[in-house]
Design a protein around this ligand. Sequence first.
Ligand SMILES: NC(=O)c1ccc[n+]([C@@H]2O[C@H](COP(=O)([O-])OP(=O)(O)OC[C@H]3O[C@@H](n4cnc5c(N)ncnc54)[C@H](O)[C@@H]3O)[C@@H](O)[C@H]2O)c1
Ligand SMILES: [Zn+2]
Length: 317
Amino acid sequence: MRPRRCRSHCGVLGGSEMTTPIDTAGPAKGQEDALLRAAERIARADALLITAGAGMGVDSGLPDFRGTEGFWRAYPALARAGVRFEEIASPSNFSLHPKIAWGFYGHRLNLYRKTSPHGGFAVLKAWAERMAAGAFVLTSNVDGQFQKAGFDKARVCEIHGSIHHLQCSAPCGPDTWSARHFRPEIDEEHCRLTSPLPRCRYCGEVARPNILMFSDADWSAVRTEAQEAALDGWLEGAGKVAIVECGAGTQIPSVRRFGEHLARERHLSLVRINLREPHIDADGIGIALGAADALAQIDSILSAQDSNPSNPAKATP
Ligand SMILES: NC(=O)c1ccc[n+]([C@@H]2O[C@H](COP(=O)([O-])OP(=O)(O)OC[C@H]3O[C@@H](n4cnc5c(N)ncnc54)[C@H](O)[C@@H]3O)[C@@H](O)[C@H]2O)c1
Ligand SMILES: [Zn+2]
């Protein structure tokens, strides 16, 4: 059974974030061992559940929003004005300062559209293609990078919504629609939309991204709820699932808690790839590397084992 998710950026479940620094693979030997064990779990799995946060996009050149510093580095105009992520990522801006709100989200939309997913996405996709039940993705990222990397859009669950979809800011109804025809032009110096605002296709009010923002009672969860139902269905028949988590942070821990809960409840393997926050409980595997690097290293181990007849990763558990 899938854990219920919170709709207010406060994490998925009750209970505290696991913080015991076990198996963080800090020293080289520990790291090597963690990579080997991760490869073993993946080789034995029938299905791959990829869970991802903003750190997954870092090796593609995208910013994560780790703390105000990181966010302000990515948006110097907001740094100059002293605006924090929590303030700009607020639905009220679409009625109060829509050109600024779209200056921020329009810049991100353009950025995600022109970004190419790094090699780690292709590695995950190749693993999934060799597994009986394939892959499902659960991500708090709104950037559409998994779909861009060729993952089946019917098997992606975007728990915080997607920037590639719009909804009414009023809102006059729960409908969402594609942002495909919206091509924002941005004055980056002032973080301001210079082209016309997108409008609700039903009532003409300003349209906003279908993203769960802070204190956001107006977010339409319809699209995400359908994705969650698809994930539930897939999990039912997926068999032995390996969970590979990439770049999910502790500040908004929804993705981490989802994987931890599912792993505990269904006795699944959880591999956590995270550059700065790899801590995980004793049953999990924490890898303190960047996502592209870690996935490439695990893939090399799997390839070497594939060409070795005494392949330990292929042994029956
Ligand atoms: N691309 C996006 O869609 C995007 C980007 C920024 C923020 N957000 C939103 O903001 C919130 C941010 O939370 P979050 O936890 O996803 O991000 P976060 O910025 O809070 O944390 C990022 C995590 O990734 C790790 N990390 C950094 N570089 C990495 C790398 N190269 N490889 C692997 N791990 C790396 C960090 O140690 C950290 O734990 C989410 O709710 C999300 O919806 C989305
Ligand atoms: Zn409307």
